[in-house]
Design a protein. Sequence first.
Length: 181
Amino acid sequence: MAPNATIYKAELSISDMDRHYYETHKLTIAKHPSETEERLMIRIFAFALNAHECLEMTKGISTDDEPDIWQKSLSGELDVWVALGLPSEKVMRQSCGKASKVIVYPYGGRAAEMWWDKVKNSTARFDNLQVVGLPKTETDALAKLASRAMKLQVNIQDGEVMVSVGDSIVYVNPAEWKGAA
């Protein structure tokens, strides 16, 4: 855990009609001092989209050689590597060599779009890479849901995601910029 990290606790109830996954996860998340609440909520959001009994949050932003979230097989191989932000082509190449499936969630509006325009051609050869863009207005709205103790309900159907905390609801429509083969 990073020094001076702020601890967040989330009870995450997921109803994923697309994957027929219905579970509640209790997460303890260390928010690094340099991490924004937007990024923290995107980590939770990405966890919900990829939820599995073996999916785990990692040290994330405080460690260069780990993704933000990963799923390992029972024998220790990396099945799923989930990264947030705007990784370099080199980082994506290395990630694709380490894991069976790599999912990148770029965010940040125009900066994310410019990043994708720059790297998309060099990523075409990675069959195990998926890139899912998140609209800025929707990630900003997710950030407003953040609190140190949260009970989140995430409903996923037909690729659309509804995140609710109490009476507050945010709808997120992730855009698949690149699909994995």
